[in-house]
Design a protein. Structure first.
Lengths: 255, 408
């Protein structure tokens, strides 16, 4: 199992797309952080890039890579190894290499130019997002019948989480603003890993403003460490649940 | 016994020997010593614990504590009441006054006096630390005033001044009271170099107090930094306001203030830097607003205020307001969110900056929508609003935003 992971990891490190991904992230990070002395502004731009790029690229790339290595997986399955083991090691190799790309591309510039607490949180959220969307990519691979549909699904899913979900959420908040929807809103946020990542950063950068709103939502949820714990817990669930689902489906899948 | 004899022998000296030095210790009653002292005497208080209370000073004497003798009110009584002019009191510890709803229990109370000095004293766990009523030309300096108040109703103020004039409150450390310093009907006074923190309500509180100045003070972690209410001609210069967090927390709260100046202050990590309501003709110049929730909240009831040459950096929202009426002037400020250009390179941006962001208005109407703050969607809304303002008050703008930040 470890051998397969290692093989996938090394194969991906040599992959040109991963290299380009790392390079683009690194260039963006250096330019944004070096623009002017205003650290918070650079960090915010990096957050926006993380929230937009990481889900889309991770989902697409992992789905495509899994489809491309279908023959390799079939070959491995002819050996006396478990299906779950192979899928998990594929996942581990994929998630680790994409995380490595993110840590090198965004993390290294951040550590050099802006070594503060919020930067660490940004790196953590980036890595968590990578794991989550690799897991979703894997699920898409397992469910879809062919590559074209898989890629289509990957595009739709990643756009749904980055753009569409917030739009629906905003429509919900504005149309039901007269009702006590705070709890529902906190619950709904848990359904979108991108929003969870954003809130983790919001708690680092904008606590002062969040404390300015009255109401239980901001006091109890966003105003204390409960918000961070909730977000991280939900994100971990977002890694585990699609992964388990994928394993379950893959175990019975007719290849 | 020997001490009393010494005192008695001093008292038997002819009247010509004025300004004598009297020593006293924990065994004798300070009240007796004070009653027999003549104007100009110096009373040296030996170290130790004095379970004496309601000590009234009726003659102009100098009271000096040696190595901080402790006067303990046993949670029941008041300690010093100064009722004579030109008294100086220093180097003593005053602690554990009682708490009463009938009397404002004070560690050191100044009653209808002038030219009294309270310096280098430690005032610990008192309801009111130093209480000035109807006093003039008094100096409160270098005192350590701390308590551990938890709610507004059960507590008093560190330095409380009522109907006084020409006070100097300097270099005191005040913490854990209701208000660090409280001024009501106090005029022509100066508050400088104090450090007021962890107070339940305000670090410094003005009510109906005109022509006062506070400079170079530090306010941290109070319910709100400074509240200035119903006053005019207040000068606020070079103070530091930090970490006032909560839904009613401000660096400075201005309510019905006019003709005042706020200059060279630093506001960092407050929920709201300056909150203004019903305030007119205030000059807000060369302040640094850094990493606040809202740098300023200027209600529509404010008129003819000028906000110029300030630095606004890393604030979640720069300015918020509650109406469309705009009667204040914003000019020459540096805004880190400004995205304009400067073609003629004169250091001033060519397009105006609108300090009120659309999301601050939206989230005000529906606080829950704050949960979507800084998402991709809200960024799009912000950009669209910048191109075609429809929600934000178009009149509220800085026509000459600076391209580079001021060196403050």
């Amino acid at each position: 199992m470890l051998t397969v992971s290692k093989y996938v990891f090394l194969d991906l490190l040599k992959n040109r797309s991963i290299l380009v991904y790392t390079a683009v992230l690194a260039v963006l990070s250096f330019t944004l952080l070096g623009l002017d002395g205003n650290s918070a502004k650079g960090l915010l731009s990096l957050l926006n890039i993380t929230l937009l790029f990481v889900p889309v690229i991770t989902t697409l790339f992992s789905a495509i890579y899994f489809f491309n290595s279908l023959e390799f997986i079939e070959l491995l399955l002819s050996q006396p190894v478990k299906r779950a083991g192979i899928l998990l090691s594929e996942y581990a190799g994929m998630a680790l290499s994409l995380s490595a790309a993110f840590v090198v591309g965004v993390g290294a510039p951040l550590m050099v130019l802006l070594p503060i607490g919020a930067s660490f949180v940004l790196i953590l959220t980036g890595v968590l997002l990578t794991f989550i969307f690799t897991s979703i990519g894997l699920l898409i691979f397992v469910i879809s019948r062919d590559k074209t549909r898989g890629i289509g699904a990957a595009i739709i899913v990643s756009l749904f989480f980055t753009l569409l979900f917030d739009g629906l959420m905003m429509a919900f908040i504005f149309s039901f603003s007269d009702y006590p929807i705070e709890k529902a809103v906190v619950g709904m946020i848990g359904l979108n890993p991108v929003d969870l990542a954003r809130i983790l950063m919001l708690l680092q950068l904008d606590v002062a403003v969040l404390m300015g709103y009255s109401g239980a939502l901001f006091k109890d949820f966003l105003g204390s460490s409960a918000g961070s714990i909730y977000s991280v817990a939900c994100m971990l669930l977002w890694i585990v649940v699609p992964l388990l689902l994928a394993l379950r489906i893959f175990r019975k899948k007719d290849l | 016994m020997i001490r009393i004899l010494t005192i008695l022998s001093f008292l038997m000296l002819p009247a010509a020997a004025f300004a004598t030095v009297i020593r006293t210790g924990p065994d004798s009653l300070l009240q007796h010593v004070l009653d027999r002292a003549r104007p100009g005497d110096t009373i040296l208080i030996a170290p130790g614990t004095y379970k004496q209370h309601d000590i009234v000073v009726r003659t102009p004497v100098t009271i000096i504590g040696e190595n901080y003798p402790v006067f303990d009110g046993e949670d029941k009584y008041q300690l010093f009441i100064i009722a004579a002019d030109r008294v100086s009191i220093s180097g003593i510890t005053v602690q554990q006054t009682g708490r009463s709803s009938m009397v404002d229990m004070a560690g050191i109370r100044l009653q209808n006096v002038s030219r009294v000095t309270v310096s280098n004293c430690r005032v610990i766990n008192t309801t009111y630390g130093i209480y000035l009523q109807n006093s003039k030309n008094c100096v409160i300096t270098n005192n350590e005033i701390k308590s551990s108040a938890t709610d507004e109703l059960q507590s008093g103020n560190g330095v409380h001044a009522w109907k006084s004039d020409s006070l100097l409150i300097r270099a005191n450390n005040i913490s854990g009271h209701r208000d660090g310093i409280y001024f009501e009907f106090v005029t022509g006074s100066v508050i400088t170099g104090n450090n007021s923190r962890n107070n339940v309500r305000y670090g410094l509180h003005f009510m109906f107090s005109h022509n006062d100045t506070y400079i170079r003070n530090t306010f941290q972690h109070n319910g709100a930094g400074v509240a200035v209410m119903y006053s005019k001609h207040v000068v606020m210069v070079s103070n530091i306001f930090e970490e006032h967090w909560g839904d009613a927390s401000y660096g400075i709260l201005l309510k019905d203030i006019s003709d005042s100046r706020i200059e060279f202050n630093r506001f960092a990590h407050n929920t709201i830097g300056i909150f203004m309501e019903g305030s007119n003709r205030i000059r807000i110049l060369a302040n640094a607003f850094t990493a606040n929730g809202w740098a300023m909240r200027v209600q529509a009831s404010c008129e003819s205020n000028t906000i110029e040459n300030n630095n606004f950096r890393e604030n979640s929202f720069d300015v918020a307001t509650n109406g469309t009426l705009m009667l204040n002037t914003y000019r020459n400020n540096y805004w880190d969110k400004y995205e304009g250009y400067d073609l003629n390179r004169d250091g001033t941006g060519d397009v105006p900056y609108h300090p009120v962001s659309v999301y601050s208005i939206l989230s005000e109407k529906i606080p829950t929508s704050m949960i979507l703050y800084r998402s991709f969607l809200t960024n799009i809304i912000d950009q669209a609003e910048k191109i075609m303002p429809s929600i934000i008050p178009d009149q509220l703008r800085d026509d000459t935003p600076k391209m580079k930040k001021w060196k403050l």
